[in-house]
Design a protein around this ligand. Sequence first.
Ligand code: SF4
Ligand code: SF4
Length: 228
Amino acid sequence: MIVAEQKPLDAIKGMMKDDKKVLAVGCGTCVTVCFAGGRNEVGVLSSSLRLSREVDGKALEVGETTVQRQCEEEFLRQLDDEVGNYDAILSLGCGVGVQSLAERYPAIRVLPALNTKFMGYPSEHGVWEERCQGCGNCVLHLTGGVCPVSRCSKQLFNGPCGGSQAGECEVDPSTECAWQVIWERAGEQGSIDQLMNVEPPKDWSSSRDGGHRRIVRDDLRLPEADEG
Ligand code: SF4
Ligand code: SF4
């Protein structure tokens, strides 16, 4: 899932400036699961904003709504009749959700209430860990299902850096050394030999380094509407 966390209240208030009416929009998918931007968080944040602005002597009206997915237009349509009544939209979606709202409603400011962090998974209750950076050329088949891009602090592809101690990463001892895990898993799977192959330098052009990315599936595209 995409993992995000809420910005501090003062930062959110700062973005609103003198807005008098804002629409807080939650998202019912990833950010609901990571307790950052679902229906409950919309309710709590909206109450906090109202209260805080009241204390400041600048009343704020906050509308509350949650769509199933902010990143798809078909779920945003339900807001079409509503957004015009507000000075700004406060999105509790990830960065994709914020941009989808901004694209659909270009005349209104869309404010990000969350900081989008990474693609990850909950390793224990209340803990989310990064698992993928969307490098565009997955190597998990070579590394026993452990991602060296997101889990090795130095993004090494040919073994550990030599700095790990007792299975902990030298950059951040609160995390396990990815290469320790890769090594142990290769042992369990009987594939240590495969790890001995030297991998060539990774082609990062499929990652962010190649510029803005997109996937085009011609087999799924709709025919252009006839012109004239
Ligand atoms: S190798 Fe790339 S695509 Fe595969 S999990 Fe890691 S970052 Fe994601
Ligand atoms: S200690 Fe392990 S995870 Fe940390 S940078 Fe070195 S090889 Fe990567």
